[in-house]
Ligand binder design. Structure first.
Ligand SMILES: Cc1ncc(COP(=O)(O)O)c(C=O)c1O
Length: 403
C-alpha cells in the first residue's frame, strides 16, 4: 500500500468531506439536495458582474503569457490603491502578491515561515484553510475562543493564554467565517497590542470585507498596526462571486527589515508556481473599481440582505436553536440545545438533517469547534428557495424537539 505522508494525518475538510460524499450519493439516486456546504455564490445564480465580464473579454489576449511572479502591474496597482484606501501605509507594488485564491497564498505564507513544532494562534471556530495550512507546514494550530456571548468577538484573554515560546503569529479572520461577525476597532487593537508585546506576526484574512450587511466600517488590521509586520489577505471570490476564477492577493506591511526574509521566501515560492492565473488578474482592476455590484447585494432589497432576513425569521422561536445574527458575509453559526435535540455528535445531527430534509449543512466540528453544539448555515440560495429550505429545516428541528 502506498502510505500517505505523516503530515496529512490531521488535514481534514468537512466542507467537502464525508457528508458531502453522502449528499452526492443521494443525488446520484435522484434526490434533490440543497448543498449549503460551501460559500460558493455562483452555484446559486450569482452572476459575474458586467464590469468583470468586460475586462476579461477585452483583455483576454494579455492573459496568454505567464505574468510577473507577483502578478500583473496593473492588478497590483489596483490592489495597492484599495489597501491604501483602507489605511494601510508604507506599502509598494513589490509587497503585493497575487495568488490562485487566498487558499494558495495562505499555504505559501505559512510554508514560508513555519517550522515543525511552531505554533500559530487562530480562532475556534475556524475556517480550516488556516488550520490545515499550518499543519501542512508541520506546525500546530493553537485555538483562541471566539465568544458567542460577545457577538462572537475574539476572547483576548484566551489569546494571551495560548501564547508559548513556540508561538509565531496570530491569525485573524475578519469578517469571520463561520460566524459572520465583524470586529470593532477596539477588539482588533487589543489583538494588535498582544502581537506587539510578544513580537508576533499578524495574519489578517479580510476576504469578506466588502460584504458588510449591517454597515461598516471594516478596519484592516494592518491599518491599526503600522509598526508591526502584518500579512493581509483578500480576494474576489466572495465580493464579486467569481470563486472559480481563483482570485486572491496578499500584502505585506510593517517594518521592512522584519518582513524582508519572509517576503524573500514567499517570492521563491511564488516563482516556483510561475504565476497566478492571469484571467483573474485582469478582473482585479475592474472589480476594485466596481463597488456597486457588491453594494447592490447587501442593501435592503438586495439578495444577500433578503436571504439573511428570511433565514433569521425562519430560525426565530425554533426550540433548540439560538443564533447570533451575522453582521457581515453570508454565514450563520447557530447553537443547538444538545439536551433538547438529543445531539451527542454534531456530524450525526447534520447527517440526520441531510437524510430528513435533503439539506447539506456543515457541523461545527468541521470548523475546529470542540463541542457538538453548532452548525453553519450558508445563506446563498435565492430568497424563495431560502425560505423553503429554512422552513424545512425549522420544521425538522421542531419535530425533533418534541420527540
Ligand atoms: C475566511 C476565508 N478565507 C479564505 C477563503 C478562500 O478563498 P479563495 O476563494 O480566495 O481561495 C474562504 C472561502 O470560503 C474563506 O471563507
Amino acid at each position: 500500500m502506498i502510505r500517505q505522508a505523516d503530515r496529512m494525518a490531521e488535514v481534514h475538510s468537512d466542507i467537502r468531506g464525508p457528508l458531502y460524499e453522502e449528499a452526492l450519493r443521494m443525488q446520484r439516486e435522484g434526490v434533490k439536495v440543497t448543498k449549503l456546504n460551501t460559500g460558493n455564490p455562483g452555484i446559486f445564480g450569482f452572476e459575474m458582474p458586467d464590469s468583470i465580464r468586460k475586462a476579461l473579454t477585452e483583455g483576454m489576449e494579455r492573459a496568454v503569457p505567464y505574468s510577473d511572479l507577483r502578478g500583473m502591474p496593473e492588478a497590483r496597482e489596483a490592489i495597492l490603491s484599495y489597501e491604501r484606501g483602507k489605511g494601510i501605509e508604507g506599502i509598494g507594488a513589490d509587497d503585493v502578491y497575487l495568488g490562485n485564491g487566498v487558499s494558495e497564498l495562505t499555504g505559501m505564507a505559512l510554508s514560508a515561515i513555519l517550522n515543525p513544532g511552531d505554533e500559530l494562534l487562530m480562532p475556534t471556530p475556524c475556517y480550516t484553510l488556516w488550520s490545515n495550512s499550518a499543519r501542512l507546514a508541520g506546525a500546530r494550530p493553537v485555538y483562541y475562543r471566539l465568544d458567542e456571548q460577545s457577538l462572537w468577538y475574539p476572547d483576548l484573554q484566551d489569546i494571551r493564554r495560548g501564547i508559548t515560546p513556540r508561538t509565531r503569529g496570530i491569525v485573524i479572520i475578519n469578517p469571520n467565517n463561520p460566524t459572520g461577525a465583524l470586529y470593532p476597532r477596539e477588539v482588533l487593537e487589543g489583538i494588535v497590542e498582544i502581537a506587539r508585546e510578544h513580537g508576533l506576526l499578524l495574519f489578517s484574512d479580510e476576504i469578506y470585507d466588502r460584504l458588510l450587511i449591517e454597515g461598516g466600517p471594516h478596519w484592516s488590521t494592518a491599518a491599526l498596526a503600522p509598526d508591526l509586520p502584518v500579512i493581509t489577505m483578500n480576494g474576489l471570490s466572495k465580493s464579486h462571486h467569481i470563486c472559480g476564477l481563483r482570485s486572491g492577493w496578499m500584502v505585506f506591511s510593517g517594518p521592512r527589515g522584519e518582513v524582508r526574509e519572509m517576503e524573500d521566501a514567499v517570492t521563491r515560492l511564488a516563482a516556483m508556481r510561475l504565476c497566478a492565473n492571469t484571467m483573474m488578474q485582469l478582473a482585479i482592476p475592474a472589480a476594485l473599481a466596481d463597488s456597486e455590484s457588491t453594494r447592490a447585494l447587501i442593501v435592503p432589497g438586495g439578495r444577500l440582505y433578503e436571504q439573511r432576513r428570511i433565514t433569521l425569521e425562519a430560525l426565530c422561536g425554533v426550540p433548540g436553536i439560538s443564533v447570533v445574527p451575522n453582521s457581515a458575509a453570508f454565514y450563520l453559526f447557530p447553537k443547538l440545545d444538545t439536551a433538547l435535540l438529543r445531539v451527542n455528535d454534531d456530524r450525526e445531527f447534520c447527517r440526520d438533517v441531510l437524510h430528513a430534509t435533503h439539506i447539506l449543512m456543515i457541523p461545527g466540528s468541521g470548523f475546529e469547534w470542540d463541542e457538538p453544539d453548532h452548525l453553519r448555515i450558508v445563506m446563498l440560495p435565492p430568497p424563495d428557495e431560502m425560505k423553503d429550505v429554512m422552513g424545512r429545516f425549522a420544521e425538522y428541528v421542531r419535530q425533533r424537539a418534541k420527540q
